[in-house]
Design a protein around this ligand. Structure first.
Ligand code: SF4
Ligand SMILES: [Zn+2]
Length: 388
C-alpha cells in the first residue's frame, strides 16, 4: 500500500516543503493553464456597479472594472497563501488588449455617467510597470480625471515611490490607493501570508502617499491560514487600532476560499474553517473605539477612519459563515455597519450557534492549540466527524 502523501513537518528526516512550492504547484497544473488560455484578452474579467460612499461620505454608485491582466509580479516569483487571482489572469495580455478592455467598460456604462466612483482592479498593482504598461496606467488616470470620477486602484507597497506618485498625481488629483497589507504583524506577513513585504514597507508607502495627498485604503485579512479563530479575533482588533490613524479606510476581508490556493487545500483537508460571522461582529464591537473614540457614527467629528467589513461569500461554506440559520441577518448587519458606523446595527441579533462560537473562542484561548479547534458548522455532525 502506498504511504499517504503528507507535508514534511519538523522532526521528519526529509527536507521540508517550502511554502513557495505549495503555492506555485496548482498554478502550473494543466487545468489552470487551460483555463488561463480560455479567457478573451479583449474583455475585462468583470464589470459591475455597487452602492458606495465618496471620500467625503456621500452615498454614491461605483463601477468596479476588474481587468484581465498578466497578474501580480509577486505571484510570478512566489505569491500569497490565499491568492487565487492566478485563476483569472492570462500571461500574454498586451497594452492593446488592456485598452480594448477599458473601452469595453466605458462603453458599457456610458463613460460612467451615472456613477461618481470608478474602481480599477488588476489582480495585482496598477502602478507596477512590469505588470501594466505605463501607457495604460496613464489612460486610466487621465480618463478618470477628465470624466471627473473618483478613482480607486490597488497596489502593493513597493510601487508607492515618490517618483511614481509624483508622476501619477500630475495626471490625476483625485484617487485612492488600496493596499493589501493583510496583517500589521511581520511574523504573520511572513509565515501565514507569505506577503513578501513587511510592515515597514507599508509605513514607507503611507509616508509617500501622505506627501502627495493620496487617500489610503488598507485591506486586512481576517483569519489567514495557520491561525485559530481566537487569535484571528484578537490580532485583527490590534491591527485595526495600529493602522486606523494612517488609513482613510480600513477594509477587513474575512478569508474566503479561492480555488487552487494553499487555504483551499487546508480547507479540503479539514484543517481550516473560514471565520465565524460572530467573530466579525465581535471584532467590530471591540475595534469601534479605535474608529470612533467618542462613540460616534460615520460622518461624526470623532471619526478617525472608516471600517468596512464585506464578507465575500458570506454565509457560504467557503466564506465566513455561522450555522446556516442566522447567516443572512448577520451578514446584512455587518454590511449596514460599514455604511452607518453604528453599533446598534447588531442589536437583537441572536442565534443558538452563538454559544458554540463563544465556547470555541474561549477554549482556543485556554488550550494550547495554535491552529484552533474549529469544526464544521454545517451538515450532519456524524458524517463530518467520520470524514476527519
Ligand atoms: S500581492 Fe496581492 S495579487 Fe499579489 S499574490 Fe499577494 S494577494 Fe495576490
Ligand atoms: Zn446561527
Amino acid at each position: 500500500m502506498n504511504k499517504p502523501v503528507s507535508l514534511t513537518l519538523l522532526g521528519e528526516s526529509n527536507k521540508g516543503v517550502r511554502i513557495h512550492d505549495l503555492i506555485k504547484a496548482p498554478a502550473n497544473t494543466p487545468w489552470a493553464k487551460e483555463r488561463q488560455q480560455s479567457w478573451d484578452a479583449d474583455e475585462p474579467a468583470t464589470v459591475y456597479y455597487t452602492p458606495e460612499t465618496t471620500a467625503d461620505g456621500t452615498p454614491c454608485s461605483a463601477v468596479t472594472v476588474i481587468l484581465r491582466t498578466k497578474g501580480c509580479h509577486w505571484w510570478w516569483s512566489s505569491g500569497c497563501t490565499f491568492c487565487g487571482y492566478f485563476n483569472d489572469t492570462r500571461d500574454d495580455v498586451t497594452n492593446e488588449n488592456l485598452h480594448s478592455q477599458w473601452q469595453y467598460a466605458k462603453q458599457r456604462f456610458n463613460d460612467f455617467e451615472d456613477h461618481q466612483m470608478v474602481k480599477v482592479y488588476t489582480s495585482g498593482s496598477l502602478f507596477e510597470d512590469r505588470e501594466i504598461p505605463v501607457e495604460f496606467q496613464e489612460t486610466v488616470l487621465a480618463d478618470c480625471q477628465r470624466l471627473g470620477k473618483e478613482l480607486i486602484v490597488e497596489s502593493r507597497c513597493e510601487q508607492m515611490t515618490e517618483e511614481k506618485l509624483a508622476w501619477a498625481t500630475k495626471i490625476n488629483q483625485n484617487f485612492a490607493v488600496a493596499i493589501g497589507l493583510e496583517a500589521y504583524d511581520d511574523e504573520v506577513l511572513r509565515f501565514h501570508v507569505n506577503k513578501g513585504f513587511t510592515t515597514k514597507s507599508w509605513e514607507r508607502a503611507v509616508v509617500n502617499m501622505q506627501k502627495f495627498n493620496i487617500r489610503i485604503k488598507t485591506y486586512l485579512m481576517f483569519k489567514p491560514p495557520f491561525m485559530s479563530e481566537a487569535d484571528a479575533l484578537n490580532h485583527s482588533v490590534k491591527w485595526i487600532e495600529a493602522v486606523a490613524e494612517k488609513s482613510d479606510e480600513i477594509s477587513v476581508n474575512p478569508m474566503n476560499i479561492q480555488r487552487g490556493t494553499i487555504i483551499d487545500r487546508l480547507h479540503r483537508n479539514n484543517e481550516y474553517r473560514p471565520p465565524w460571522l460572530w467573530s466579525l461582529v465581535e471584532m467590530i464591537k471591540r475595534a469601534h473605539p479605535s474608529i470612533h473614540p467618542d462613540g460616534g457614527f460615520n460622518g461624526d467629528a470623532d471619526q478617525i477612519s472608516r471600517l468596512i467589513v464585506h464578507p465575500t461569500a458570506g454565509g457560504k461554506v467557503r466564506g465566513a459563515h455561522n450555522c446556516g440559520e442566522c447567516d443572512s441577518h448577520v451578514v446584512a448587519a455587518i454590511e449596514r455597519y460599514a455604511v452607518s458606523g453604528d453599533l446598534r446595527e447588531f442589536g437583537g441579533l441572536e442565534c443558538q450557534c452563538q454559544t458554540i462560537w463563544a465556547t470555541e473562542i474561549s477554549l482556543e484561548e485556554t488550550l494550547p492549540t495554535p491552529l484552533g479547534i474549529s469544526k464544521s458548522r454545517r451538515g450532519n455532525v456524524l458524517a463530518n466527524l467520520r470524514s476527519l
